[in-house]
Design a protein around this ligand. Structure first.
Ligand code: ADP
Length: 553
C-alpha cells in the first residue's frame, strides 16, 4: 500500500514537472525561431535599403560583419547568382528561380541546406532588378537552451528525490489511520476465517460490504426485538410504567387507558402529572430514594388496581423505578361479596338461634310454665329451627352451585316436572285463593332434574308468597322459555337490581314472617348462569312481577 502511494505520487510529480519543463523548452525553441525570423528580416531590409545595383560586396560585408553566420546571395532576374557570400561554386551554378523564397518574395522558408546539410531559414526580395536572398542557420538548441535543459534535468532529479522523501512521510500519515481502521474492522468482524482476513487494502470493500450486511442483519434483529417487546407491552394485561429518576420512560397501553392520557402528553414527564394519589406518590418517592419495594391497592374511576412499585436498575436506565399494576376489581368484588355473605349468613342464622335459645331458657327457668305457653314456645322453637334449616339448605345449595362442576344431564320432560311442582304448592295456592292459569306445552330439555326443580320451586314459591289474597298466577312453558307472572306486591325499580343478591330482601320483616331466606332468587340466578339460561325480571310495584327464564340463548 505504502509503495503504491509513493509510486503513484512520484508518477504524478514526474509527469507534472516533465510537462512543465517540456512546455518551457518548446516555448524557448519557439522564441528562438521568432528571434531568428526577426533577425533575418531586419538583415534583408538593411540589404534592400543599401543595395544600389552594383555594391553587392559592400552590402554583403556589412551584413557578415553584423552576423558572421549570415549568407547573402545576389541573383539576377534570370535566376543566375551574381554574388554569394559563401562562394560555393556548385550552388552558384544552379538557377535559383525555382527556389521557394524567390517564387514567394518576402516570405520566410525553412529547409535543409544542400550546402551545409543543416536547417536554414531563407528570405528574399527584389532591389534594383536583383533578387537579394538572406539565409541564416536555424539554431534550435542554443547554448542557453542546453544549459537550461541540463539545469532542468538536475532540478527534476532533486524534485523527485525530495518528493520520494515527502511521499514516504505522507504515506505513513495516510496509512496509519487506514491501518487502525482495518484493525477495528477486524475486531468488529471478530472472525477466524482466513478468507475474510484483511490482507491488502483491496480487501477493504469486500469486508466493508460484509460488515454492512452484518449490520443490516443486526438492525433487522433489533427491530424485530423492539417490535416483539412493543407487542408484549401492548398486549400484556398488566399496566406498566417505567420511571427514569422521576420521569416516565416507558408506559404501556393499559396504563394509558387506566389513567386516560395520551402517550405524547406524558412521556418523559414527571410521574406526578400521572399519579395524583398522595400515598402512592410517597411510595414511589421512597422507592426512588431508598430502593424500597412496596404495594398498594388504589381505586381509579370506580375500579380497583393493585400497584407494585420496585426499583429497576439496568445499564440502559439510570435510577429506574418499575410500577406495575393489575385490575383486581372482580377479585375485590368477590371478596366483598364473600365478606357480606358471611356477615349476612351469621346474622341470618343468629336471629333464629337467639329465639330458640331464648324460648328454651324461658322454659328451663320456669318463666314459661303454662302447658299451652310451653306448646306455643316449642312450636316457635320448631319454626325457628326450620328456618335455620332452610337457610342452611339454601346456603349449601348456593355453595354447590358455585363449586360443583359436573351435573348429571338428562333429557327431561320439563312439562311433567313443572306440573308436579305446581301440585306440591296446591295447599298454599288454595290458602290464598290464587287462580293459576297454565299454558304448558310439551317441553323436553337436556337438563339437571334437581336444579330445574329448585328453579321452578323458588319462582313458584315467591309468586305465591308475594301475591295478594285472591290473586292470580300465570305460568307459561314451551321449548324456548318458562314464564311466571303474578299479581302480587311487585318490586320497585331500585330493588329489582338487587333482589338477585344473596340475603337481599325488599321487606326483611315481611319476608321473615312468610318464611323467606333471601337466597331463593340468588339460587335462581346461579342455576341460570351454570346452565346458560337467561333470566329477565319485569315488575311493577303493587301490580305484579314477571320472571322469564329463556332456555335457549
Ligand atoms: P326470599 O327467600 O326472601 O323470598 P328471594 O331471593 O327469593 O328471597 O327473593 C328476594 C326478595 O325479592 C324477596 O325478599 C322479595 O322481597 C322479592 N321478591 C322475590 N320474588 C318476588 C315476587 N314474585 N314478587 C314480589 N317480590 C318478590
Amino acid at each position: 500500500m505504502k509503495k503504491r502511494i509513493i509510486a503513484l505520487g512520484l508518477i504524478v510529480v514526474l509527469l507534472s514537472v516533465t510537462t512543465l519543463f517540456t512546455t518551457s523548452i518548446l516555448s524557448t525553441i519557439k522564441d528562438n525561431k521568432i528571434t531568428t525570423k526577426e533577425e533575418i528580416t531586419s538583415y534583408l531590409s538593411i540589404a534592400l535599403n543599401n543595395y544600389d545595383g552594383t555594391n553587392h560586396l559592400e552590402v554583403s560585408n556589412v551584413l557578415v560583419e553584423a552576423n558572421s553566420k549570415i549568407r547573402v546571395t545576389f541573383i539576377d532576374l534570370n535566376g543566375n547568382v551574381i554574388y554569394d557570400t559563401l562562394h560555393d561554386n556548385e550552388s552558384m551554378m544552379e538557377n535559383h528561380l525555382s527556389r521557394d523564397e524567390i517564387k514567394h518574395l518576402g516570405q520566410i522558408f525553412i529547409r535543409d541546406s544542400k550546402t551545409f546539410g543543416i536547417k536554414m531559414m531563407y528570405i528574399a526580395d527584389l532591389s534594383n532588378n536583383t533578387y537579394i536572398r538572406v539565409s541564416l542557420e536555424m539554431v534550435i538548441f542554443t547554448p542557453n537552451l542546453i544549459n537550461y535543459i541540463v539545469l532542468g534535468i538536475i532540478t527534476i532529479i532533486i524534485i523527485m528525490l525530495l518528493s520520494t522523501l515527502l511521499m514516504n512521510v505522507l504515506s505513513k500519515k495516510i496509512i496509519r489511520p487506514i491501518n487502525d481502521s482495518i484493525n477495528t474492522l477486524e475486531m468488529i468482524l471478530n472472525n477466524n476465517d482466513s478468507e475474510l482476513r484483511i490482507k491488502t487494502v483491496d480487501d477493504l470493500p469486500k469486508i466493508v460490504n460484509l460488515i454492512k450486511k452484518e449490520l443490516e442483519r443486526k438492525i433487522i434483529q433489533i427491530e424485530d426485538e423492539v417490535a416483539k417487546n412493543e407487542a408484549l407491552l401492548k398486549e400484556m394485561q398488566q399496566g406498566l410504567i417505567l420511571l427514569s429518576d422521576n420521569n416516565i420512560n416507558i408506559i404501556n397501553n393499559q396504563a394509558l387507558n387506566v389513567f386516560k392520557v395520551s402517550k405524547e402528553k406524558i412521556i418523559n414527564k414527571s410521574y406526578l402529572y400521572l399519579i395524583r394519589d398522595k400515598e402512592l406518590q410517597d411510595l414511589i418517592e421512597t422507592c426512588i430514594n431508598f430502593k424500597k419495594s412496596s404495594s398498594k391497592t388504589l381505586e381509579i374511576n370506580n375500579r380497583y388496581y393493585y400497584f407494585i412499585i420496585r426499583s429497576f436498575n439496568y445499564n440502559w436506565i439510570k435510577c429506574g423505578t418499575l410500577i406495575t399494576f393489575i385490575d383486581i376489581t372482580e377479585k375485590q368484588k368477590i371478596e366483598q361479596m364473600k365478606k357480606d355473605f358471611f356477615a349476612n349468613a351469621s346474622h341470618e342464622l343468629k336471629s333464629p338461634l337467639t329465639s330458640i335459645i331464648g324460648y328454651q331458657q324461658m322454659i328451663n327457668n320456669g318463666i314459661i310454665s303454662d302447658k299451652e305457653e310451653i306448646n306455643k314456645a316449642s312450636s316457635q322453637i320448631l319454626k325457628e329451627a326450620n328456618r335455620m334449616n332452610q337457610i342452611i339448605i339454601d346456603m349449601l345449595e348456593l355453595s354447590n352451585l358455585e363449586y360443583k362442576k359436573d351435573y348429571a344431564m338428562e333429557f327431561l320432560d320439563i312439562a311433567m316436572i313443572l306440573n308436579d311442582i305446581i301440585l306440591r304448592y296446591d295447599n298454599k295456592i288454595k290458602d290464598k285463593n290464587i287462580t293459576v292459569k297454565k299454558n304448558i306445552t310439551h317441553c323436553y330439555l337436556n337438563a339437571n332434574k334437581e336444579q330445574i326443580e329448585t328453579l321452578f320451586s323458588n319462582l313458584i314459591d315467591n309468586a305465591i308468597k308475594y301475591n295478594k289474597i285472591n290473586g292470580s298466577i300465570e305460568i307459561i312453558l314451551n321449548e324456548e322459555m318458562f314464564v311466571i307472572k303474578d299479581s302480587g306486591i311487585g318490586i320497585s325499580n331500585s330493588d329489582q337490581e338487587r333482589v338477585f343478591e344473596r340475603f337481599y330482601r325488599v321487606d326483611k320483616a315481611k319476608s321473615k314472617l312468610i318464611g323467606g331466606t333471601g337466597l331463593g332468587l340468588a339460587i335462581v340466578k346461579h342455576i341460570c348462569e351454570k346452565f346458560n339460561y337467561k333470566v329477565r325480571l319485569d315488575s311493577i310495584l303493587d301490580v305484579g312481577t314477571q320472571i322469564k327464564i329463556i332456555f335457549k340463548c
